[in-house]
Design a protein around this ligand. Sequence first.
Ligand SMILES: [Zn+2]
Ligand SMILES: [Zn+2]
Length: 434
Amino acid sequence: MTQKIKIKFYGAAGEVGRSAILIKTDRNILLDFGAKQINSDNKIEYPIMPEENVDAVILSHAHFDHSGAIPMLFSNGRKIPVYMTQGTKVQTEIILYDSICNIGNSEMTPEMLNSALEHFKVVSFGHVFRIGDTEITLYRAGHIPGSAFVDIRYKGERLIYTGDFNLNDTRLLHGADITPLTTGPKIDYLISESTYARRDHPDREQTEHEFIEAIKKGLERGRVLIPSFAIQRTAEVLRVIFEHLNFNSNNHNYNHHKKNHKNRTKVYVHGMGLTITQKYLKLDEVKRLDKLKYILKKIVEVHTSSTANRALREHSIIISTAGMMNGGPVLKYAVELNSKDTIILPGYCVEGTNGRKLMDEHIITLDGFDIPMPVKVLHFSFSAHADRSDLLRLYNAVAPRKIFIVHGDYTQEFTGELINMGFDAVAPKLGDEF
Ligand SMILES: [Zn+2]
Ligand SMILES: [Zn+2]
């Protein structure tokens, strides 16, 4: 039987970042077109521009490594529909705007961004839509709000692209429902992320417990700064904090001190994480919207420098963007902290970023200068990706004819292990076509 669906890898081959996969049926359909932030200079690496004419884009989710290069496709007035869920749309608009209009991004102009945004098309989860004779459906992937598995069917063949996914419940989202992937026609091709192919996550409950204990201890000593990713993580961290710390429902304060102590703690939220968390109130897929609404009433929003200064004068919890501390308001807080204060990193920090320098060397780099950071530094893993056990659980449940392993640092090694387990697996290289 001749192969009906062809696959070409323009990015995320043997690396995390700049996801870009071209699917060739009767149309050329691009799955994601992301960019990669390389280091603390915010230098950006782009995927290879496809040599084929792209007829449509399907965006699996809003993260920059999947969406960041989309405006490049609109460089010369081209008209390409970009399909995504509502949750993906609201977040992608914010992060692309920030990347191009605030941070400044030489490869892409505000005109290219506007042209791209005009071509965003929202599709619902579970709704079948067509591009030419190719049928496409998006299913909830449990990774961040809006994130989707992409199901592509053409002339009797079926392909699933996982994007990034999470099979387990978090405070914010239900884990991915894989029933649609284990029902219907057999899956010929599975293109899977493999970010955590080498390890399993620590026990979630235990992590939450230790995280909360760290906050309590930090507040006894001084201020607690939590640098947090804008997408998903700020909302998740807020949910965890409010789930465990006993906030008095009649005021905005959490009393962390021993009885009769007058100092009370507030939770200040500053940056893009606040904007995006507020957008989640309109997304049905987010768990317990009532709780999120309650939390957003209880926190102190930071919009001015006087509020930011107030946050620093108190024994407060400050949650601020960006998660890896490479920009955003978090840096303004960080430089004010002293040895009594604590920084708690709730996410992964890439090599070369301030977050990683803080963890490894107790410094951050600002305007080319290394600044010593005398604060206490702690790190917790609140990953929203499938871990090794989850990846294997998915492959066993779906039993695809062939698996393409992308979006990982050890794709070759992991593929070798999968082959030993009896799977037909391959780790494509940049530019490979199958
Ligand atoms: Zn992601
Ligand atoms: Zn990703």
